[in-house]
Design a protein around this ligand. Sequence first.
Ligand SMILES: NC(=O)c1ccc[n+]([C@@H]2O[C@H](COP(=O)([O-])OP(=O)(O)OC[C@H]3O[C@@H](n4cnc5c(N)ncnc54)[C@H](OP(=O)(O)O)[C@@H]3O)[C@@H](O)[C@H]2O)c1
Length: 248
Amino acid sequence: MTTQQTLIIGASSDIGMAIAKQVQTDKNTGLLLISRNFKHADMQTSVTNSPQVTKIRVKDYQPQSIDHAITQLAQHNQAPITRVFVCNGILHNDTIKPEKRLEDFDAQSFIQVMTSNTLTPMLWIQKLTPLLTGKSPCTFVLFSARVGSISDNRLGGWYSYRASKAALNMMIKTAAIELARRAKNIKLIAFHPGTTDTPLSKPFQKNVPENKLFSAEFVAKQLLDIVENTPIDQSPSYLDWQGETINW
Ligand SMILES: NC(=O)c1ccc[n+]([C@@H]2O[C@H](COP(=O)([O-])OP(=O)(O)OC[C@H]3O[C@@H](n4cnc5c(N)ncnc54)[C@H](OP(=O)(O)O)[C@@H]3O)[C@@H](O)[C@H]2O)c1
């Protein structure tokens, strides 16, 4: 019998899929997956085609599309959602490259990075809160990055990505202050997975020592342990893959 549900947003993310696979080994947990794209190889396997899993496809992450997904989610209320993972984030694509110097900064690229890395997760915080508020504890993880730490910025570069994750962190801190008053059962975590072998980090892996390049499976396991062991304390956390606090 399903006693709780785990919601993964941006579920085609390699780390998101690795979380899904590990959650699925617990037969009492239902899985709700939201993505624009269920074509990822893992999405086609029996893992995600089991009755334990509900897939909700969004056209994009515009506010109306998120509203539509929320309506569908509300129909799956057989058990409380106790864990949420918002995996969305871009660092590069066909037209975007992280900036090395001021001359590389491009207004359109900046807007795209801010939209997917800050605005999209913020909309999910806003629109999921009414659904999650209640008696059951809910840990709400948003994928940030250490480079979003303002106090830790010694290397510079990557203007848009850094700024988008710093802005996401500020959204999380600000929302946590409000949730501490009106939704005490929700705990927000900004999470840094470490450099993980996924399409997002592929072009930037060559200087990463082998033991510092993690598999998505390792990071998913670390994160699920962190969620298990982090109390719901009406205060936001900014944690790395070891569960260690990062300074905002
Ligand atoms: N890999 C690393 O080394 C690393 C390090 C630090 C932080 N992170 C963060 O960890 C998270 C997961 O990354 P990953 O490595 O698993 O990346 P990934 O496999 O490349 O996954 C990309 C994710 O971004 C979403 N996405 C792509 N384009 C988008 C757009 N235009 N608007 C909104 N969402 C979009 C995808 O959602 P759909 O399912 O809808 O396609 C998917 O959730 C990201 O937030 C990333 O910034 C990763």
